[in-house]
Ligand binder design. Structure first.
Ligand code: NDP
Length: 241
């Protein structure tokens, strides 16, 4: 029977690429997003054309910042082998001009969402004495970015959660790692002008913007890594930071 991977924020960008890569790797999928159900359907239709009869694809709308919705999601899931906490948002602006509501939305989506999914997924993995949790973080989680202070704080929290949880779960053979992404070509960066993107690329030794597929390949790499590789924040940024 195929293993099951749950990927949050799979309607677009990095999450979509990770979901497609895991399906091609033989996993059954549970894919979620906040509102773009039609995009989840497009992803499912694309993957079903591969004719993998033994693998299933389950689509769900689930706001990762809503603990009730996450609990309900896991209420109908019997087993998860791989959890990819990918859903996330970004906001730019000066911290002192940020509203309290925006701060709370940032932290509840990018950090609490990871907690909610781990909270309900870990018992399923403990039963099997196996599993992978992969959190999609950012280089700003370590370095911190001007004009993205709340975002940086949320990802710094994800990094520390990753390291601490890895220690908690290593005795149970559950690996917990994060991928700290650099600049990746997704909707999240559509607000950048062509000039701004070009000037950022000038700072990246790899001389290009990263692709969602780069991150999907890093996820596959972690799934194939030795079990001793846990508690790590793997940076995928073209040597930018
Ligand atoms: P996109 O904006 O392209 O996609 C975001 C995804 O997250 C969508 O599927 C969206 O669903 C989902 N999402 C947003 N809010 C929620 C929510 N409350 N509940 C459930 N799903 C939600 O972003 P990326 O693909 O670029 O980002 C994916 C991850 O990678 C994020 O964690 C981001 O912080 C991280 N990252 C991205 C970088 C980049 O340069 N792109 C750099 C560093 C890290 P819907 O379509 O329904 O809105």
């Amino acid at each position: 029977m195929p293993k099951t991977a749950l990927i949050t924020g799979a309607s677009r960008g990095i999450g979509r690429s990770i979901a497609a890569a895991l399906y091609r790797e033989g996993y059954s999928l549970i894919v979620t997003c906040k509102q773009s159900y039609d995009r989840l359907e497009q992803l499912r239709d694309e993957l079903l054309s591969l004719n993998r009869t033994d693998q299933t694809i389950t689509l769900r709308l689930c706001d990762c910042s809503n603990p009730g919705m996450v609990e309900e999601l896991f209420g109908e899931i019997p087993s998860v082998d791989v959890l990819v906490n990918n859903a996330g948002i970004s906001m730019t602006g000066l911290l002192h001009e940020m509203s309290v509501d925006d701060w709370n939305t940032m932290i509840s989506t990018n950090l609490s969402g990871v907690f909610y999914h781990c909270k309900y997924c870990i018992p399923l993995m403990l039963r099997k004495h196996a599993g992978h949790i992969i959190n999609i973080s950012s280089v700003w989680g370590a370095a911190g970015a001007s004009m993205e202070v709340a975002y940086s704080a949320s990802k710094g929290g994800v990094n520390t959660l990753t390291r601490a949880l890895a220690r908690e779960l290593a005795p149970s053979h559950i690996q917990v790692n994060a991928i700290a992404c650099g600049l990746i070509d997704t909707d999240m960066n559509r607000h950048l002008t062509t000039e701004e993107t070009a000037s950022l690329i000038e700072q990246i030794p790899a001389d290009r913007i990263g692709t969602p597929e780069d991150i999907a390949r890093a996820v596959l790499m972690l799934l194939h890594a030795p079990s001793y590789l846990t508690g790590q924040i793997i940076t995928v940024d073209g040597a930018w930071t």
